[in-house]
Write a protein that binds this ligand. Structure first.
Ligand code: AMP
Length: 313
């Protein structure tokens, strides 16, 4: 497998996170944001990920260097006077639940995504969780996209239904949590939920269930990948975006969207999410090579290998 070059683009938040835990030391000012987690998690699969976002003048050279080291193209990262988006979260003891303590938009408040010249034709695009109007703005600037997937959150499902409904009709795929899918569709059972999201527009739907894995709906097909079993979870921040980064990175690497590449993408997503939660911030996914991915990928193959049914006499 060879890495794809310049064919993946992400738009979304680049942030500083202040994280608190029940049984671990808090960490403040750690590099985060949906686009950051995504781009770093995609890096084993692609030679370059184009990032569109905005940061303030508090964004330091060493933050840039982390992204540069992971071959993230920062031509689309605007720097403006003011503060970088800041998110404060507190995790509960079981780590599956968290509360948002604050969201300080900073320069993100007036963010108007602007694609650098030549980026309009990027074939694989991920619209990370931002206001759906901005996700539309990015799509308006794109031409000849091969596969565009999106994320969203409860806030936009509750307050921007119409804008979101129009967006869902414009994208090929969506990667969301089961809670978001339930809110979007009113369904409780995973099968009904997935099919109901497809009815809203995207042919390809990924529903994530945290430590219980993720389901893929693609046309009439269905696929499931478990989460990698781990002895310890340090920090789940960005696991969803890391899943999306691994997923889209693998698709971009193959350059085509078939049931076979989507299955591989699901496993790559689960692999990158499992790396993510093993360290603070982006430090679970930084420095990961294709060899690291391959090693963990193989454990998924082992974990899920089912013998053929043998008729019992
Ligand atoms: P995840 O754990 O995958 O939901 O991603 C968490 C990341 O998303 C953190 O690094 C935050 O900086 C970022 N984030 C949190 N809230 C928002 C928001 N409202 N809009 C955009 N990004 C956000």
């Amino acid at each position: 497998m060879s890495r794809a070059n310049g064919n993946l683009l992400v738009v979304g938040s680049v942030a500083f996170d202040d994280l608190e835990f029940q049984n671990l030391y808090p960490v403040h000012n750690v590099l985060g944001g949906a686009a950051t987690h995504f781009a770093i998690a995609a890096s084993p699969f692609v030679d370059r990920t184009r990032l569109v976002g905005v940061v303030g003048d508090d964004f330091q050279q060493h933050d840039r260097q982390i992204l540069n080291r992971h071959r993230v193209d920062l031509l689309g990262l605007e720097q403006r006077p003011g503060n970088t988006f800041r998110w404060g979260g507190t995790y509960h003891e079981d780590m599956n639940h968290r509360d948002t303590r604050y969201t300080h938009l900073g320069v993100f408040e007036n963010f108007q995504p602007q694609l650098p010249q030549g980026w309009e034709q990027t074939p694989f695009v991920f619209l990370a969780n931002i206001h759906p109007r901005l996700q539309h703005d990015v799509l308006d600037q794109m031409q000849h996209v091969q596969f565009v997937a999106m994320d969203t959150m409860n806030l936009w499902i509750n307050t921007q239904r119409n804008v979101l409904a129009r967006l869902l009709e414009r994208v090929n795929g969506i990667i969301i949590s089961d809670q978001e899918a339930a809110l979007l569709t009113g369904e409780r059972l995973i099968l009904k939920m997935g099919r109901a999201v497809q009815q809203l527009g995207p042919k390809t739907v990924v529903i994530k269930r945290g430590e219980h894995g993720a389901f893929l709906f693609h046309g009439p097909e269905l696929f499931y990948v478990p989460a990698h079993p781990l002895k310890e979870v340090i920090d789940p921040t960005g696991a969803g975006d890391s899943f999306a980064g691994g997923f889209m990175g693998m698709l971009a690497c193959h350059g085509e969207v078939t049931m076979d590449t989507l299955r591989r993408a699901m496993i790559a997503g689960s692999v990158m999410a499992s790396f993510c939660v093993q360290n603070y911030g982006v430090f679970g996914t930084t420095g990961k090579s294709l060899d690291h991915v391959e090693e963990r990928y193989k454990t998924f193959v082992q974990l899920t290998r089912c013998p053929e049914f043998v008729p019992l006499t």
